[in-house]
Design a protein around this ligand. Structure first.
Ligand SMILES: [Zn+2]
Length: 235
């Protein structure tokens, strides 16, 4: 089985827009093929040529394109839409109405593995593994939510972007010849994990530990991480 990769974007690959006509597809493919064909001593590339050939084969076949387009639109939608999840977990999370919540800016949702965090303490040099970095920095969480003192009394919402794997909706991972996922069975994407913090239900420095299998956005999608430790800090 091939390694599971990103969802293949055949439209971008051929430099055309979604919904392009067969003529446009042919025209762009021919131009690119001339440039990338391995026989071209200047700009030829076997790998790049195989990629555009695959894209051309799928998009120029009426049947394959229909199947691919279906998965493509679902892939695009999953990227655009920020998932709203209702989380009912212990005391500190609750389902609340959107208009009552205050969204914490992205800049104050900080991943512990972010390079700057470690660079500051000089642990970015080679030879240190992530585990060692954690040990030496004392960082025992995955992501920190930084809260301003005047936000403490509000209902706070944090959108935490996480990597997900989405099972191919066409073949459900069972067809190595599937034209929508290229036989990969699934593809990588990103989803927001949404958590709401109610006033007086959490403490400064508290670390929330979430079992991510409980927060799957839908049946075809699961978070890459199993557990997420979220630190709540008042600035
Ligand atoms: Zn598939």
């Amino acid at each position: 089985m091939k390694p599971r990769g990103e969802f293949p974007d055949y439209y971008t690959c051929l430099g055309i827009r979604f919904g392009a006509s067969l003529d446009e597809i042919k025209k762009n493919f021919r131009a690119l093929a001339k440039e990338l064909h391995p026989d071209n001593p200047q700009t030829g590339s076997k790998t790049a040529f195989q990629k555009i050939l695959k894209a051309y084969q799928i998009l120029s076949s009426e049947r394959d394109r229909k199947i691919y387009d279906y998965a493509y639109s679902s892939f695009i939608n999953s990227q655009i839409e920020s998932t709203r999840q209702s989380l009912l977990h212990k005391e500190w999370v609750n389902e609340v109405q959107n208009q009552n919540t205050y969204s914490i800016p992205h800049s104050r949702i900080v991943f512990a593995h972010s390079v700057t965090e470690y660079a500051k303490i000089g642990l970015m040099r080679k030879g240190y593994r992530m585990k060692d970095r954690r040990k030496w920095t004392g960082i025992n969480y995955d992501v920190e939510i930084r809260i301003e003192p005047d936000e403490v009394s509000k209902i706070l919402r944090a959108n935490i972007p996480l990597t997900v794997r989405k099972l191919c909706p066409i073949c459900l991972g069972s067809d190595i010849h599937c034209s929508s996922c290229g036989g990969n069975g699934s593809y990588k994407s990103s989803k927001n994990l949404i958590i709401d913090l109610l006033p007086n239900r959490w403490k400064n420095g508290q670390i929330l530990e979430l079992e991510l299998s409980r927060y799957r956005p839908d049946k075809l999608t699961h978070f890459k991480k199993k557990k997420l430790k979220i630190k709540l800090s008042i600035l």
